[in-house]
Design a protein. Structure first.
Length: 339
């Protein structure tokens, strides 16, 4: 397992220090699986200032499609040949078709009746129930042998900086015979790794990182670590589920353990002043022996709230290189306190 990094220095005459020569460290890390670049330039502390979420959400409840007074009236149903019930429910959680679908089998899971839930307001049990409800949907697709039921994805865009157009918390899930770009890249690279080494990349990653400076902890058979070459501006946290290739390999206890870990990571982000994140869950197809189910949590932020500066620039969006303002090892230190 190689953790490659190219360490450089940028030098310039500092206008804030009488034009004295200044040297700034820059590190280009390569993802040990895909080889993708992550450019790391420590530039900030791990503390940001959260906005007033109540003020941010003010007025949005009146037109929210996921609030309890309207959700059953204005959200769609699946056709009977896909889901005879039209929707799936678990208490106050509801799964229904995505009216702006990513694929032919695209759904939304509303995470409850409450319109505004802060990051520290999610219980592990609620997240576990959401995963279980999603699993019921995917089980149905398997039962009817739908040709698109090959790859099964769960995404979470929490708050506007993460791309959510609705404050009300919800997951976006879909099944597709077409893997997303990053999932395909990961699976292809993991297959090549297994062919070269005779072992599973993700198993080897956990072994290499366990107890090290990016290790966060384990809950059940879920293993949590700070990503060596993160995609997010403030680093990423990943969880690898031991022995699981697909969502169908997860038990109810796994769902709960993932919920426990997610809520602890969100508590860590909250301590840092973060208030928004993306979550992506990556799983292989049933025949992908080289796969391991894993999820990634990536905090999102508005860099300059006064002018609404995004945390994604042309470097990430068009050149495909990640840029990170902190060392992943520092993120791990903060998160370990909660594990």
């Amino acid at each position: 397992m190689e953790f490659k990094a190219i360490k450089k220095n940028a030098t310039f005459l500092d206008p804030f220090n009488n034009m004295a020569l200044k040297s700034v460290p820059v590190e280009v890390r390569q993802d040990p699986l895909t080889g993708r670049n992550s450019r790391i330039r420590p530039f900030t502390s791990l503390t940001w200032t959260k906005p007033d979420l109540e003020a941010l959400a003010a007025g949005t409840e009146a037109r929210c499609p996921f609030c309890p007074q309207v959700i059953s009236k204005i959200t769609p149903n699946f056709p009977e040949d896909i889901l005879p019930e039209g929707r799936l429910a678990d208490g106050d959680l509801l799964l229904f078709p995505n009216i702006a679908p990513y694929d032919s089998l695209s759904a939304v899971v509303s995470l409850g009746e409450k319109h505004l839930v802060p990051m520290t307001g999610f219980e592990p049990e609620r997240i576990a129930r959401a995963f279980s409800l999603t699993r019921r949907f995917f089980d149905r697709l398997e039962e009817i042998r739908h040709p698109e039921s090959v790859y099964h994805l769960i995404n979470w865009n929490y708050m506007p900086p993460a791309g959510s157009s609705v404050i009300h918390s919800h997951l976006q899930v879909f099944a597709s015979a077409t893997a997303t770009n990053l999932l395909r890249t990961k699976l292809d690279a993991a297959r090549a790794y297994t062919a070269d080494h005779g072992t599973n990349f993700w198993d080897d990653l956990v072994k290499a990182e366990k107890g090290g400076e990016r290790w966060i902890g384990s809950i059940g058979r879920t293993h949590w670590l700070s990503v060596y070459a993160p995609q997010g501006l403030m680093g990423d946290v990943t969880a690898v589920v031991d022995g699981a290739r697909t969502l169908f390999d997860l038990t109810e206890e796994d769902h709960l353990d993932l919920g426990r870990g997610i809520t602890r990571v969100l508590a860590g982000y909250d301590r840092m002043g973060m208030y928004s994140f993306n979550m992506g869950l990556y799983a292989g197809a049933r025949t992908d022996d080289h796969a391991r189910l894993h999820l990634v949590l990536s905090p999102r932020l508005i860099i300059s709230p006064a002018i609404g500066t995004s945390d994604v620039s042309s470097l990430q969006h068009l050149q495909g290189d990640a840029f990170c303002l902190v060392y992943p090892e520092e993120i791990a230190i903060k998160m370990r306190e909660l594990f």
